[in-house]
Design a protein around this ligand. Structure first.
Ligand code: OGA
Ligand code: NI
Length: 344
């Protein structure tokens, strides 16, 4: 295969191993137009408990907007590398374009474009508690695509709204007030991502995204009809595909909900496998709180019998640490929530 591709080859434990696929069970599909909130909350609660993943239909985001996003994303990734590199992200500004070949920060076989819901937000420049420095995060937009920015901003606005709805339903399913966490999002660093996974000549050796958990509160994702997203399900002993459903959004809980719920819900591990023939696009929205927020289990879910399973952590410092690790290609050691776990 030659040196050209060596940066993408996964270590043996992370290779896709297609023989371990399980098709016995399916990620729940939830109809958000259901009129009984009680039923809806109960279904979402069950899905969160069992999977940490579900799909939503009748979510209210117009189909024609999603088609426009798809068209603009395709045009964007077709731009010359020179154009795309004008929007390159760096260690201080985590928004914009990156790929593994030109920035060599990951083994992921994909290209990415990120932008924030709130342009110009400030995040800590490092995870050092004594460093009070801040970095301003500015969105970059391709000048040669005149409608790109407007369409993407409309999309992220709609997904932000949908995320609050999901946040409310998930909070209710934990027995918490629907608006329990709403104040955390005043200076949110939520972002929308466009993912492009080119066809891969050696799909059994590489991954679109390696196994990971999302560090956010929750993720809402549109995927095209190629397929490839999989959830780890230890109970059934392997990786379960998240079947593409036209017009549906995939929702998954992130690490912050795991901590807030005091481990009642889990941030599920997932990955993206590749296809040798077909490219794949996906468009996640990651709901993040403001950087000043201390993440800790909800006090309503903690008691003497059921003590807090995590120490509180400052989200901005944690995020700075993760972003830095991305750029220095460190392994995730020290960057995962299990480091805040209180051991019995
Ligand atoms: C991610 C991710 C899934 C997908 O970007 O964190 O898991 O379907 N993406 O592309
Ligand atoms: Ni993810």
């Amino acid at each position: 295969m030659g040196d050209m591709y060596s940066a993408y080859i996964q270590s043996t434990e992370h290779r896709p191993n297609f023989s371990t696929f399980v098709e016995v069970d399916e990620i729940p599909i939830i109809d958000l137009s259901e009129t009984s909130q009680e039923n809806l909350v109960s279904k979402i609660g069950k899905a969160c408990e069992k999977w940490g993943f579900f799909q939503v239909i009748n979510h209210g985001v117009p189909k024609d907007l999603i088609i426009k996003v798809e068209n603009e994303a395709k045009k964007f990734f077709e731009l010359s590398m020179e154009e795309k590199m004008k929007l390159k992200r760096d260690v201080f500004n985590a928004t914009g374009y990156y790929d593994a070949e030109h920035t060599k920060k990951t083994r992921d076989w994909k290209e990415v474009f990120d932008f924030l819901v709130k342009d110009g937000i400030q995040i800590p420049s490092s995870d050092d508690p004594h460093d009070l420095g801040l970095c301003t995060q500015t969105n970059h937009w391709p000048q040669c695509l005149p409608h790109f920015r407007e369409i993407m901003e409309e999309y992220s606005g709609k997904l932000e709204k949908l995320s609050y709805k999901l946040l409310e339903l998930i909070s209710l399913s934990l027995g918490l007030a629907g608006d329990k966490f709403l104040d955390c999002f005043k200076n949110q660093i939520s972002l929308t991502r466009l993912n492009y996974y080119p066809p891969c000549p050696f799909p059994d050796l590489a991954l679109g995204v390696g196994p990971h958990r999302d560090p956010c509160v929750l993720s809402v994702v549109v995927q095209d009809d190629t397929g490839g997203l999989q959830v780890k399900k230890n109970l059934v002993g392997g990786w379960v595909p998240v079947r593409p459903i036209p017009g549906a959004f995939v929702v998954n809980l992130g690490d912050i909900f795991q901590v807030w719920s005091n481990d009642k819900y889990e941030s599920a591990e997932h990955r993206v496998v590749l296809n040798s023939q077909k490219e794949r696009f996906s468009y996640p929205f990651f709901l993040f709180p403001g950087p000043h927020i201390m993440v800790k289990p909800a006090e309503e879910l903690v008691s003497e019998k059921d003590p807090a399973k995590y120490k509180a952590y400052n989200f901005g410092k944690y995020y700075a640490n993760r972003t830095h690790a991305d750029f220095t290609k460190q392994e995730d050691e020290g960057k995962e929530i299990h480091n805040f776990k209180i051991l019995d």
